[in-house]
Every structure is written in C-alpha cells, then in structure tokens.
Design a protein around this ligand. Structure first.
Ligand SMILES: [Zn+2]
Length: 182
C-alpha cells in the first residue's frame, strides 16, 4: 500500500512535467536519422515520448505503466493514482498489480537488447550521468575503441576519462549543437 502511495505521488508530480530542450534535441535527431538512433534511458517519466521520441528503452521501467507480479501479461499503460488503498489492486489472474519500475536489487530491463545495440554502436552519447551507477556506467566501456564517445552534462562524470569527448554544459544548450546532421 505504501508503495502505491509513493508511486501515485510520483505519477502526480510527473504528470505536470514538460520536456526540456535536451529531450527535443534527441527527438529531432531521431526524426533525421530514424532507427539508427536508439535511446536508452534510466528516466521513468515519459518526457522523451512527449518530446516525440519513438525508440526509447526504459531500463528502469516506466512510471505510467503497471504490470502483474505473477502472469506474463505485458506491462500496460496506467496513469491511475492508487492512494490510501486498503487492498493492493489485483490482476485477473489473482496476481498483484505493481508499478512497472525497476526496484533496488532488481535487474534493469531489456539488458540483452541494450547490449546488442551497444555491440553495433558507432556513436555513443551519454547525457547527464554520475558515471558511478552500474550497469549504465559501464556502457561506454563496452563501445570504447569502436565508437566515438561523448559525454554531455553540467559536470564531468566519475568515469570522464573513458570518453573521447566531454562536453560540460547544460544538456539542453549543448545537445542541439552536437547533433548537426549534414
Ligand atoms: Zn496477472
């Protein structure tokens, strides 16, 4: 019940958020190069989708989706706020409905797909990361030597030395200039 109070509050806050220029810059790039762009995010909000991004892999799940903790039913769109419940909502199968969020200690989602994409990556851009939280902090190491790697963010990450280029600045200001397609 407390879990649903917490995520209901997060849904409420996230529902009022709006994409920033960095979200739009990434969506614009996808418009230009199509499925050559794969966006992997640790964000659980839907601001990339709101900005127009299509191919988004949410490795930590999605705040506006729920899933059953028992059956194979895929995660489904859910913006409901389950506040002050006396009973956890149930799936038709009898399982409990939980937020589609990767909790501490759980394996992030779609890792196989992410490593497949890293294996064929030629340009790697990391935006706004501390560089200490694995597995995401290890992605740049996977492509190093094969792909040209960029970091963009207000502060250099802990693993800055692994990147070919570190561009310090607000992502919303730097990114639109990075993605210049001739
Ligand atoms: Zn179920």
């Amino acid at each position: 019940m407390l879990v649903w109070d917490f995520y209901s509050m997060r849904r409420k806050v996230a529902a009022e958020a709006k994409p920033n220029p960095a979200h739009f810059a990434i969506a614009d790039l996808e418009q230009k190069i199509g499925d050559r762009l794969v966006l992997v995010t640790q964000n659980v909000d839907n601001l990339h989708e709101q900005a127009g991004s299509k191919c988004v892999i949410h490795m930590h799940g999605e705040l506006f989706k729920s899933r059953c903790d028992r059956c194979e039913r895929p995660p489904f769109a859910d913006d409901k706020r389950y506040e002050r419940l006396t009973e956890i909502p149930r799936c038709e199968c009898g399982g409990r409905i939980r937020p589609h969020i990767c909790w501490f200690g759980e394996m992030p989602y779609e890792m196989d797909r992410i490593y497949d994409e890293l294996a064929r990556c030629t340009v790697f851009v990391c935006v706004g990361s501390s560089g200490v939280v694995y597995p995401a902090a290890g992605f740049v190491g996977e492509v190093r030597g094969r792909a040209t790697t960029y970091y963009v963010g207000s502060e250099a990450p802990e693993n800055a030395e692994v990147f070919d280029h570190v561009l310090e600045g607000k992502a919303g200001e730097v990114l639109p200039g990075v993605f210049v397609i001739e």
